[in-house]
Design a binder for this molecule. Structure first.
Ligand code: HEC
Ligand code: HEC
Length: 377
């Protein structure tokens, strides 16, 4: 499937480039937009589960519990959902994330919507997969600050988890790899699809407002957004320095350069997907743009910082009207987001067997130990 997908991306890219040349001088064309041409359109494919971590309903359900469970953090206060909450577009609504101990981090929490479609994870692409990604924040001192053996001990004390892990993973039970595999499986179910844009492209010509249709023409034409935002999730999975002025506690963030050590990548960040983008403000790796209108205005003036900026970003000369139309199109990328209900977490009830064990243990333990086990209940 990969080569076909790649080819599709290239086709979209080529269209975007040639479309740009054709449409740039013909500004009036955008006012009579009919999207008869559907060659740039790519619906989200199904089946994004890797061979070494296949889908099962039980695994997805387990991953969902873990994603929402603050017991995954060192002081049981922060879950993945603290920074990736469904009510906040699966981000946190903040310019930059607030980590363990209330400290502001350098980067914005990206949404996990459609993250199953991204070829690499993180703003700088340092995680090759969702499985690899999930292990990071649990252990990171600045994020969830949890020790792996403590976490496994804690989860083992929750009978429902014990049962679910052995049902899904058999003998191996509760391990960091299995925790990550389950969370990744859940994340792949957080998909934004069936947007008004999809409905329009699939034949319902009333689905999008005329302004949004105009915006779409601009997106794939004069405003050349689709050079980078293309394919089913509207990302090229590439890295670009688009000329942002750095905001937040960091004076400089070299982004992709930290991973590739290639000067070309200084200040380059991963192109985000754009489905459901109206739900995930503020925007950019440093949360520097508050609204979609701010984002489009930023592109319209050709970025803010020239140093190392990609030559693909240039002033667009969009009228105020065109800016608003582009925003309308970005809103038409909102879709129904799957799997967004918040689950009830398994309780710390002890099984009769475990209770008996704890009792036997407490009998032989000192008073100090009894104190700590009391604290827990
Ligand atoms: C303290 C807030 C915080 C917590 C807790 C947190 N994240 Fe994140 N997450 C972030 C930030 C910030 C980034 C971007 C980091 C970067 O690019 O350097 C990120 C990036 C990601 C990405 C990459 C998305 C993309 O588009 O590249 C995924 C997936 C993700 N987190 C999932 C998780 C999971 C799963 C957990 C729980 C195990 C979790 N996060 C816990 C803040 C958080
Ligand atoms: C040269 C490639 C490129 C082009 C052209 C481009 N973008 Fe982007 N876009 C990016 C990258 C890279 C980022 C993230 C930059 C960062 O955070 O440092 C981004 C971020 C965004 C975001 C913020 C998303 C989020 O979740 O934070 C939006 C919205 C967006 N672009 C829309 C557009 C629109 C609309 C256009 C056309 C006017 C456009 N882009 C043109 C590469 C591009």
């Amino acid at each position: 499937m990969k080569p076909v997908y790649y080819f599709a991306l290239c086709a979209v890219f080529l269209f975007a480039c040639s479309g740009e040349k054709e449409q740039q001088p013909a500004e009036s064309k955008t006012d009579t937009a009919t999207a008869e041409d559907t060659s740039f359109y790519a619906p989200l494919p199904a089946g994004i589960y890797p061979q070494d971590n296949p889908w099962s309903q039980e695994k997805e359900d387990l991953g969902k519990l873990l994603f929402f469970d603050p017991r995954l953090s060192g002081d049981n206060s922060i879950s993945c959902a603290s920074c990736h909450h469904p009510d906040k577009g699966w981000g946190d609504g903040l310019p930059r994330a607030i980590g363990f101990g209330g400290k502001e981090l350098g980067r914005h929490s990206p949404t996990v919507i459609n993250s199953g479609y991204f070829e690499v994870q993180m703003w700088d692409g340092r995680a090759p997969s969702l499985e690899a990604q999930a292990k990071g924040p649990i252990q990171a001192a600045v994020e969830m600050n949890q020790k792996v053996d403590e976490l496994i001990g804690e989860l083992n004390a929750i009978p429902e988890y014990q049962e679910m892990f052995s049902k899904v993973f058999g003998e191996s039970g509760i391990t960091l790899d299995n925790i990550a595999a389950a969370i990744a499986t859940f994340e792949r179910s957080v998909v934004s699809k069936n947007s008004t844009y999809d409905q329009y492209m699939q034949g319902d010509k009333n689905a999008m407002s005329p302004a949004a249709v105009n915006g779409m023409q601009l997106f794939f034409g004069k405003a050349k957004c689709s050079i980078c935002h293309n394919g089913p999730a509207l990302t090229d999975s590439g890295f670009h320095n688009i000329g942002l002025k750095q905001h937040g506690p960091l004076t400089e963030d070299l982004g992709r350069f930290n991973i590739s050590k290639d000067d070309f990548d200084k200040g380059a960040f991963k192109t985000p997907g754009l489905r459901s983008v109206s739900q995930t403000a503020p925007y950019m790796h440093d949360g520097s743009e508050a609204t979609l209108k701010d984002v489009v205005n930023f592109y319209n003036r050709g970025g803010d910082v020239a140093e190392n900026r990609t030559s693909l970003i240039t002033p667009l000369e969009l009228s105020e009207q065109e800016v608003l139309k582009l925003v309308e199109f970005l809103k038409a990328l909102d879709g129904e987001t799957l799997n967004a209900t918040i689950p009830k977490l398994p309780a710390m009830v002890e099984t009769e067997k475990a209770k008996a064990k704890t009792k036997a243990k407490t009998k032989t333990k000192t008073k100090a130990k009894t104190k700590t086990s009391k604290k827990k209940t």
